[in-house]
Design a protein around this ligand. Structure first.
Ligand SMILES: C[S@@+](CC[C@H](N)C(=O)[O-])C[C@H]1O[C@@H](n2cnc3c(N)ncnc32)[C@H](O)[C@@H]1O
Length: 190
């Protein structure tokens, strides 16, 4: 029996109400050096909070959210409507292990509090998908909420990412008040 959470309409509404603008999105995005024209892909984008925050630095590029839950995408589209960068923000349906994007699309791929929801059997396939859609020199940035991260899940993540052909560029702990999270920045091995 799986103990993985089920993401459906009810979970999406609950998440959006309680954590839809959670501070890890702002903290994680502020720790990344974006280029103005970057194409940013956010896997498991939830309400699109990280992409709306990234628009402050990505002033001419595209911001693409991917999430397999239709209700989550409805909420994300709604929240992006009144954003100044609305014309550059788009949302696509799909899971991490079958990204609805061509190869060599993204300069930066985000997975904020999303990797642990990809499904144990699909995590490796998801990491290969991230490699496929990253442009040469692109970066993969993973954030996990400090409250749920533990040594086993941290080490397990880095080992799996390494086996999928990534190398760790750096790992940082971020915090603001009561909120803490861990950030990994990776790139494809030469
Ligand atoms: C904890 S929420 C995080 C949302 C957002 N990134 C944030 O930090 O606020 C996890 C997200 O992962 C999405 N998700 C669930 N299964 C997924 C999968 N197989 N691939 C990609 N994302 C998935 C959920 O729909 C949800 O939006």
């Amino acid at each position: 029996m799986s103990d993985e959470p089920t993401w459906d309409r009810a979970t999406a509404d609950w998440y959006a109400t309680n954590y839809g603008e959670y501070a890890t999105n702002r903290l994680g995005v502020a720790a990344i050096e974006f280029g103005q024209g970057d194409v940013v892909v956010d896997i498991g984008c939830g309400t699109g909070s990280a992409l709306r925050a990234a628009a402050e630095w990505v002033t001419s590029g595209r911001l693409i959210g991917v999430d397999p839950v239709p209700r989550m995408l409805e909420i994300a589209k709604q929240r992006a409507l009144s954003h100044p960068a609305a014309a550059r923000i788009e949302f696509l349906p799909g899971p991490a292990h079958a990204l609805p994007l061509p190869a060599d699309t993204a300069d930066v791929v985000l997975a904020f509090d999303s990797f642990d929801h990809w499904g144990e059997r699909n995590k490796l396939a998801g990491l290969h998908e991230v490699r496929r859609v990253l442009r040469p020199g692109g970066r993969f940035v993973v954030v996990k909420d400090g409250a749920v991260a533990n040594a086993a899940s941290r080490d397990g993540f880095v080992q799996l990412a390494t086996s999928a052909g990534f190398e760790l560029v750096h790992e940082r702990q971020l915090s603001d008040g009561d909120v803490a999270c861990r950030l990994w920045q990776l790139r494809c091995k030469g």
